[in-house]
Design a protein around this ligand. Structure first.
Ligand code: PLP
Length: 864
């Protein structure tokens, strides 16, 4: 009989063992080997049987075993030590506690989190990054509160049909069987968050609390009895279908998320966040809720509240693929935020304006969550330098009139959490050979002078572990696909612990080109089966359940890998998740990545491989574009200027084969008399020494704290001071400037008489402007100057603010200055007027600029 309700009965631990529950309920165990060792000691056989999931371990361990442990003095001592160590980790001052001016706390919103495979609340890179961000914040003592949704069906687990088609299963989760506790009021009743809906009652949600080291994480869950069945399903799965379902999820995440934080701070006394960080557009509605609060509770007008809220908001965009941006029909957003559900404090027409693509090339029928995110955040960034550049182009329409380089979108390159992704053996080797690495994070260069013998031994251990585990997974997969015992005996010898191993694992959207390596199947066969320098390839990846094309790619790979002649050298391992990911990035010698440049915003799996002593073989995209240096791996040449996709794939695949045959395999199999691949090890050591400090998430989170969170907190404080006087003044100023702006004109520009000046001379410029009623203090009049290209565009202009505003006739003003001519060659300048206010984050922020009527104002000359 099938159960109609399912729940988990929690074990009651004997008194001496109660600290075990404390340890299990803090997810720090997901990156702390000593704690995992302790869990294993509870019952080694069961630990294996429950897939290293501590909650299941405690749920299934026998009372007799617990009674025995309760009297085991050695175990109790270890338990006490571990609990004490955790408490020390949770309370001791860390890096953040010595930083000046930092926010009292920061709220971090993300639709998904990859913390551990036991909490399948992630689909790919965005979630893994969010998980690594929280863990690293914890390690550094950054007071972040994570906010997300709890999906009752996590992301799907993947298996294969007999003919290699992806099958999906959505195992239900029971929050009581997870390391979560329900957030409760002081009187013990569960906290309820409510958000208004246009019809029926409000949507209710309860709030689960996870502890990620020092970081509390709040997960909203709509599966509560007060809700109608359809409302209970709002958080049923990650990225619910289209339209209403997804919009409701995002309303719950953004609006409900802020309300959950307020409840959490009220109950626990936690400091209220000064900065709100939106990890991608999905959580953007949080800005609306903060505006509502400020209007309702502080009496601000909408525009004033907008200034106050956006000053403390950071928005990170994660995709350079326009189709990857979250958009809703305007009409749908209008329906949910208007009519009977309209909040007087947040009028629906203001909301619609925030998400409008009202710039050239925009689609007037959609509501764009990224565009809203950028309007609601004073600080915006992409996730690698290249992605920052691509984003400035992609969203440049929001700052019309400014050069792409001036579009106020910066970048912080992603990083990865070492504790989660670096093999224990490598961590221990580092602790033995270069203790400063573990203690202070310094001394990376010392690795260059080590012989590398130990490193090579550990690499062998990790490769062997990958091979053994891959065989286990392969056997299981073939059994599921209907193969008999006899048909799987070949798997005992599948893959080889001594063969050069290439890993390729990722989600399967078309831009990642899962099957590029199969462009020329005969050549791939030759590479795999080369008698002197064989290569083996381990592949994993999930296609989005609705992506038939992606599933076909997986099937193509699986069919190729099923062939008898190559199946011992190329394998597809189903169900790519954090556990499989860790196994692969630790065990592979080479991490391959061949996206269509520049569609990979950053990518992080290659960073994980690098930290484990793997080498990257990748198209110059995302982070690799920034940090490939010719010695730390190989770059697959990209034909990204080429319009014909087939031709482009042909060229890039041919280059990939050639690199593997002539460089990767040759270097790997070139051994000295001791059997060591000298040149290979040089490359590995160089990779760890130079990339190590950059790819760590500690670098990333410090960058966020120093370049975004701290300045945002400063701006937010300036807005809030004196009863929000700053926000009121800035809003009034922006309104006045925007109204007057159509009257701001550059009337006349006069350059110095000498048309072929020398390097080192100074070129006097005089400009007459009409400020349309604005004061000189409201604007900056600037000269942009520098080298010009053949079309008279100033390349990477420098800016000089002109001073000495003098009255000219008709209420106009005359400005003057001197341009330094610092270089020879074609040179040009132009003039502009932009708004200027000390509380703007940069010149382009209001998106207003007045330029001289082209081509007037340009003096080109050849400098000698
Ligand atoms: C690291 C990781 C990702 C993200 O890696 P990309 O390089 O962006 O593809 C996705 N899924 C899992 C399971 C990971 O471990």
């Amino acid at each position: 009989m099938k159960a109609i309700r399912r729940f988990t009965v929690r074990t009651v631990l004997p008194e001496p063992l109660t600290q075990l529950e404390e340890l299990v309920l803090n997810l720090r165990w997901s990156w702390h080997h000593e704690t995992l060792d302790l869990f294993r000691a509870v019952d080694p056989a069961l630990w294996k049987a429950v897939d290293h999931d501590p909650v299941r371990l405690l749920g299934e361990v026998s009372p007799e075993r617990l009674d025995r442990l309760a009297e085991d003095r050695r175990f109790l001592r270890r338990l006490r030590d571990a609990a004490e160590e955790l408490r020390e980790y949770l309370t001791a001052p860390r890096w953040y506690q010595s930083r000046p001016g930092v926010p009292s706390s920061i709220a971090y919103f993300s639709p998904e989190y990859g913390i551990t495979a036991a909490l399948p609340q992630y689909s790919g890179g965005l979630g893994i990054l969010a998980g690594d961000h929280l863990k690293t914040a914890s390690d550094l003592g950054v007071p972040i509160i994570g906010v997300g949704l709890l999906y009752r069906h996590g992301y799907f687990s993947q298996s294969l049909s007999p003919d290699g088609w992806q099958l999906e299963r959505y195992p239900p989760i029971d929050p009581n069987g997870l390391p979560l506790t329900l957030l409760r009021e002081k009187d013990g009743s569960p906290v309820r968050v409510r958000i208004g809906l246009p019809k029926g009652g409000p949507l209710h949600a309860q709030v689960w609390l996870a502890r990620v080291g020092r970081v509390p994480q709040l997960l909203l869950d709509s599966d509560v009895e007060e809700n109608e069945p359809s409302a209970r399903d709002v958080t049923d799965r990650l990225y619910g279908g289209g339209g209403d379902h997804r919009l409701l999820q995002e309303m719950l995440l953004g609006i409900g998320g802020v309300r959950a934080i307020r409840a959490y701070c009220r109950i626990t006394g936690h400091a209220a966040p000064e900065v709100f960080h939106t990890n991608e557009g999905h959580a953007g509605f949080l800005g609306l809720e903060r505006i509502r609060e400020l209007v309702a509770e502080r009496g601000l007008a909408f525009d004033e509240a907008l200034e106050a809220a956006r000053a403390g908001t950071v928005f990170t965009t994660h995709t350079p693929v326009p189709a990857g941006i979250d958009r809703f029909p305007r009409e749908l957003v209008g329906r949910y935020f208007g009519g009977a559900n309209e909040e007087p404090a947040v009028p629906v027409d203001r909301i619609l304006a925030l998400g409008a693509e009202d710039y050239p090339g925009g689609d007037r029928t959609v509501f764009n969550m990224a565009v809203m995110g950028m309007r609601l955040a004073q600080r915006v960034n992409g996730v690698s330098e290249l992605h920052g550049r691509v984003s400035r182009e992609m969203f440049g329409g929001l700052w019309g009139g400014f050069d792409t380089a001036e579009v106020p979108i910066g970048s912080i390159t992603n990083g990865v959490h070492a504790g989660t992704w670096v093999a224990r053996e490598i961590q221990e080797l580092a602790a033995r050979e270069i203790p400063s690495l573990v203690e202070t994070g310094s001394g990376w260069e010392e690795i260059l002078s080590r012989p590398g013998t130990e490193l090579w031994r550990v690499r062998g251990v990790l490769r062997r572990r990958l091979v053994l585990d891959a065989r286990r997974r392969l056997r299981e997969s073939w059994r599921q696909r209907g193969a008999s015992e006899a048909e799987t005996s070949w798997i005992d010898d599948a893959l080889d612990p001594d063969v050069l191993t290439i890993g390729f694992a990722r989600r399967v959207p078309s831009y990642k080109r899962l099957t590029l390596m199969m462009r020329d199947p005969a050549r791939l066969r030759r590479i795999l089966l080369d008698p002197r320098r064989p290569v083996q390839i381990v592949i994993a990846g999930k296609a989005h359940p609705a992506d038939e094309g992606g599933k076909r790619l997986i099937q193509e790979i699986v069919r190729f890998a099923d062939a008898e002649d190559v199946r011992h050298r190329i394998v597809f391992l189903p169900d790519y998740d954090m556990d499989l990911g860790r196994l692969l990035v630790q065990g592979c010698d080479v991490w391959m990545n061949n996206p269509l440049r520049p569609l990979e915003a950053c990518g992080t799996s290659g960073m994980k491989a690098a930290l484990n002593g793997g080498l990257n073989l990748s198209v110059l995209d995302g982070w690799w574009d920034e940090w490939y240096d010719g010695q730390n791996g190989w770059s697959i040449p990209s034909a990204d200027g080429l319009a014909a996709p087939d031709r482009r794939d042909d060229l890039e695949a041919a280059a990939l084969y050639e690199l593997i045959e002539d460089h990767v395999a040759v270097t790997f199999y070139d051994r000295d008399s001791a059997g060591l691949p000298r040149r290979w090890l040089e490359m590995v050591k160089h990779t760890i020494a130079t990339l190590g400090p950059k790819v760590l998430a500690t670098r990333m989170v410090r960058d966020y704290v120093e370049r975004y969170y701290t300045p945002a907190a400063g701006s937010a404080r300036a807005m809030a001071a004196d009863g929000y006087a700053g926000a009121r003044e800035l809003a009034a100023w922006k309104r006045r400037v925007a109204q007057a702006w159509p009257g701001v004109t550059v009337e006349h520009v006069e350059g110095g008489g000498d048309h072929s000046p020398h390097v080192g001379a100074r070129l006097p410029v005089r400009v007459v402007v009409d400020l349309g009623g604005l004061d000189p203090g409201d604007v900056a009049v600037e000269v942009a100057y520098g080298r010009v290209d053949a079309s008279d565009t100033i390349v990477e202009p420098s800016y000089l603010e002109l001073g000495g505003a003098e009255k000219a006739d008709g209420g106009r003003l005359r400005y003057a200055g001197e341009i330094p001519l610092g270089r020879s060659g074609a040179f040009g300048y132009s003039v502009r007027v932009v708004p200027s206010h000390p509380r703007l984050s940069g010149r382009a922020e209001p998106g207003l600029v007045a330029l001289p009527p082209a081509p007037h104002g340009m003096t080109n000359g050849d400098l000698r």
